[in-house]
Design a protein around this ligand. Structure first.
Ligand code: HEC
Length: 168
């Protein structure tokens, strides 16, 4: 009987000992990651922006609102090169909803809120700057903004494509 009590007492002591916090012995690999070449904030010039990316901060200023954007001029004439670039970018960013033909029958467009038909006079007569504003900031109701994903120049090429290839 005595030995049973002793065993229980020992077990309790062992359990309590395991619960006492003590410093964990860290292996060297736990701080290895701190010692590597890295950029420290404010210590040196920021690395250049990689080509083909859209900056999230310090976005170039275009216009305050849609009314201001309407005055923007498309810097690209609608030549073959611009329209073809626009076609490729449209296929990537817009066709999912607006459809290959612009009529709003893209695979997502069919399930989503019906996208505006881009071949209509309503869109075709819009100033380029207005469509630029839509791509940059989103539609009138629910279309998401593509200012973070479509390069500035490509937005203008897409507009050249919409107005010169989709209308016909
Ligand atoms: C996720 C689906 C979706 C994608 C992708 C999308 N749109 Fe839209 N778009 C819509 C919907 C829905 C509307 C109608 C509701 C609204 O205006 O928000 C619309 C409306 C528009 C309008 C009319 C806005 C107005 O003034 O009435 C234009 C122009 C337009 N989209 C162009 C584009 C272009 C260019 C792209 C590609 C860069 C694009 N959209 C990508 C869903 C989309």
């Amino acid at each position: 009987m005595k030995s049973v009590v002793a065993k229980i007492a020992l077990a309790i002591i062992a359990a309590v000992a395991m619960m006492v916090p003590c410093e964990a012995f860290a292996m060297p690999w736990s701080w290895d990651m701190f010692k590597q070449p890295n950029h420290r904030a404010q210590k040196e010039e920021a690395p250049p922006q990689p080509e083909g990316t859209v900056p999230v901060t310090g976005r170039p200023y275009f216009a305050k609102d849609r009314a201001g954007a309407v005055k923007l001029k498309n810097p690209f004439i609608a030549d073959k090169a611009s329209i073809e670039t626009g076609r490729a970018k449209y296929a990537t960013y817009c066709a999912t909803c607006h459809g290959e033909t612009g009529k709003g029958d893209g695979i997502v467009g069919q399930k989503y809120v019906a996208p505006t038909d881009l071949t209509t006079e309503y869109v075709q007569k819009k100033p380029d700057g207005d469509i630029f504003f839509t791509i940059t900031n989103g539609g009138l109701a629910i279309m998401p903004s593509y200012g973070d994903s479509v390069q500035t120049d490509d937005r203008w090429h897409i507009i050249n494509f919409i107005k010169n290839a989709l209308s016909k």
